[in-house]
Design a protein around this ligand. Structure first.
Ligand SMILES: CSC[C@H]1O[C@@H](n2cnc3c(O)ncnc32)[C@H](O)[C@@H]1O
Ligand SMILES: [Zn+2]
Length: 429
């Protein structure tokens, strides 16, 4: 299968070079050529004039089925929101709800330019099945909470997910272990998960230091910061680690993370909406820590449009530092592409547009009043574009959306399913 995208602005996100005009040849799942002009027959020809092609955005922290809980319980503190609203709602979700909720998130992600995501949730078979059908790329994790006595069952499900789904869907699915957070995973089971991950050479995806309450809780229980706690259970010795949030880090914590394998998922919209705080992105980047970007689930963030996240990230850092030069356009775009790819351990495959890499890319339509005139593409993408400006989304060489029409999801059926299911789940809570 050959696809050619013609006459398009191309922002590869490789090196420092500016966008160039040209053509892109995709063969099967791979980028074969990026040159000034391609004149050879292709199965699909996409006229890209007036559009910009860039690497698909990568959402480094999601709970996809929480799309069903969007807007159901806002304006609460995190622990109240989680314990009193989300957990009871999640206990009412059936495997089929999980499947449709995951699909709803995937529809929104594809329509706003996201091609890959990291997911931590329950009933992962249903999410993996949805990923397989929809065509996105995903790093899947069974969330592990060890506060009740069924931690063993959850761990067995995590192992089952890894065994049965890692490398599946033409290699689009990868897996990680997912100890949920320092406050839900005591040291003994946490160390056990670290040991298993090391033996199986699997990364770990974990929430870290999201709120001041978490910092106080871990201080009271272990006389440590949450970062020191993770360090002490051996997380940073050998493993690739994906840290969600990392809002409340002191200088010593940041020094502990220096040199870590993996990276941080910065989730500024969710952090702002839950009043958690602003992560020290500049300080982490100064220490060479990889910072990618994510949204968290739409149960907290409402929107999972990564272009919103890009804007929030740069604005909040500029405000926090009192300096408009902090996190400039190119750097924040790199966070949402290469940064996230590194954090998910898939940067050898995606995150930039380059010959030999997987064809995960998006076309953004610039023929709109709010995106003209065209002085600086990177500025427009970081500060002006919205998810609804994405015209085409391609993953692993397959077109998942063209002219804003989804090709692998029946939107009408999806919306019918989620309306009924979402209502049933929240009734009585
Ligand atoms: C056990 S599966 C994952 C678990 O995480 C919960 N969750 C969603 N958003 C957050 C957040 O911002 N901080 C902590 N935990 C979160 C979700 O509801 C699932 O129960
Ligand atoms: Zn989360």
């Amino acid at each position: 299968m050959k696809t050619v995208i013609k006459d398009v602005w191309i922002l590869t996100m490789e090196g420092e070079g500016p966008a160039v005009k040209g053509d892109i040849l995709i063969e099967n799942d791979e980028i074969k050529r990026i040159v000034a002009s391609i004149d050879e027959p292709a199965d699909i020809v996409i006229q890209g004039s007036g559009m910009v092609a860039l690497p698909g955005l990568i959402n480094a922290h999601q709970h996809t089925p929480m799309s069903l809980l969007k807007g159901f319980s806002d304006d609460l503190k995190l622990m109240e929101w989680l314990e009193q609203k989300m957990l009871p709602a999640e206990a009412r979700m059936t495997p089929e709800d999980i499947y449709w909720g995951a699909k709803l998130s995937m529809a929104e992600m594809i329509k706003s330019g996201t091609t890959a995501f990291a997911d931590m949730y329950i009933h992962m078979d249903e999410i993996a099945q949805a990923v397989t059908e929809v065509g996105m790329r995903a790093s899947l994790t069974r969330g592990l909470v060890f506060l009740e006595d069924d931690g063993g069952r959850r761990l067995a499900e995590a192992l089952d997910l890894i065994e049965r789904w890692d490398g599946k869907a033409d290699g689009r699915i990868t897996t990680m272990f997912g100890p949920h957070a320092p406050y839900t995973c005591p040291p003994e089971p946490f160390r056990h998960v670290v040991k298993l991950a090391e033996e199986m050479n699997k990364p770990i995806h974990v929430h870290l230091a999201e709120t001041t309450e978490e910092v106080m809780k871990i201080r009271a229980a272990y006389n440590r910061t949450p970062t020191e706690y993770l360090y002490d259970v051996g997380l940073f010795e050998r493993l690739h680690v994906l840290l969600a949030h990392s809002v409340h880090l002191n200088l010593k914590d940041i020094r502990l993370l220096k040199g870590m394998r993996g990276g941080v998922s910065h989730n500024p919209v969710s952090n702002a909406k839950l009043g958690c705080g602003i992560a020290p992105v500049r300080q982490m980047q100064e220490q060479g820590i990889t910072v990618g970007m994510g949204t968290d689930g739409s149960g907290s963030a409402t929107t999972i449009d990564m272009f919103e996240e890009i804007k929030a990230a740069t604005w909040l850092q500029k405000l926090e530092c009192g300096d408009p030069t902090v996190l400039p356009a190119r750097q924040v775009l790199r966070m949402a592409t290469v940064g996230s790819a590194k954090a998910l351990n898939i940067d050898h495959q995606v995150g930039t547009l380059a010959v030999g890499k997987k064809a995960d890319l998006i076309l953004v339509d610039l023929n709109k009043p709010h995106l003209q005139p065209l002085h600086n593409l990177e500025s427009l993408l970081a500060y002006g574009v919205n998810g609804s400006d994405v015209d085409t989304t391609i993953v692993n060489g397959k077109v998942l959306m063209r002219n804003r029409q989804l090709t692998t999801i029946d939107e009408e059926e999806l919306l019918k399913q989620v309306a009924v299911r979402a209502k049933r789940i929240v009734e009585g809570i």
